[in-house]
Design a protein around this ligand. Structure first.
Ligand code: DC
Length: 224
């Protein structure tokens, strides 16, 4: 029996790595909903509709939502987000996109548009979908829900390392400010479902966390 695994959590909590590893172990498709919010933001920036957090032409962006096609492509090692047929994986991870995305995610029509897309992508189950509101809004009936948190210092270090690897080194303070600011806005739609399994990332090795979740997954999908 296939199920939906919803993995939610705040910025840089490490939910992506957990979701990827669990998808690999279960053979399920990994869907990163944050990448889709980022892609809509990038689309708005490319069209000149999003230039700063206070300069967003949301009316025009909403009008253009039906022209946005977001999909995922992969090689054995990598996962790419495609925006209207173009690989935008690198661009959507930039600091500019990261900082502007919470302001785009606030727009109700954007949330409704992406929620509908995500429901379509998960309609046959067999997905590990990560985000903020997957277990509460997108798939409130998901059979397995996980909510990931991490201590702030570990989130900052994780994000600093990611930025370094992308060739965008930043200071500890700027990354900490950035995460706190994003979490402040995102907290409106980032909270655990009542029936979510709570994971504090950092308390034990990642492999142990994934193994623990995999055991729960196995018990939930076991055929009686
Ligand atoms: O998980 P992430 O950092 O890549 O998410 C990018 C942004 O998208 C972040 O501001 C939260 C927002 N988001 C959302 O509002 N709902 C989701 N289901 C996923 C992400």
């Amino acid at each position: 029996m296939k199920i939906i695994v919803a993995i939610d959590g705040f910025a840089a909590s490490g939910k992506s790595t957990i979701a990827q590893d669990l998808a690999e172990k279960t053979g399920y498709t990994h869907i990163d909903s944050g990448a889709m919010y980022r892609a809509v933001t990038l689309f708005g920036m490319q069209k000149g509709l999003v230039t700063s957090s206070t300069s967003i032409d949301s009316k025009k962006l909403i009008e253009l939502l039906p022209t946005i096609n977001i999909s995922f492509d992969r090689t054995p090692e990598n996962y790419f987000t495609m925006l209207n047929g173009k690989n935008v994986e690198k661009e959507i991870r930039s600091l500019a996109v990261s900082n502007l995305t919470p302001h785009i995610a606030k727009i109700v029509e954007v949330r409704n548009f992406l929620t509908a897309r995500l429901r379509e992508m998960g309609k046959n189950k067999g997905v590990v979908m990560e985000g903020r509101d997957i277990g509460t809004v997108v798939f409130p009936d998901a059979k397995m829900k996980v909510f990931v948190t991490a201590p702030l210092n570990l989130s900052v270090e994780r994000r600093l390392e990611e930025l370094k690897q992308q060739g965008n080194p930043a200071t500890y303070q700027s990354v900490e400010d950035d995460i706190l600011e994003r979490d402040k806005i995102d907290s409106a739609w980032t909270y655990p479902a009542k029936d979510a399994i709570r994971i504090e990332n950092g308390a034990e090795p990642l492999s142990a966390i994934v193994q623990h979740l995999f055991s729960i997954f196995e018990s939930l999908t076991a055929v009686p």
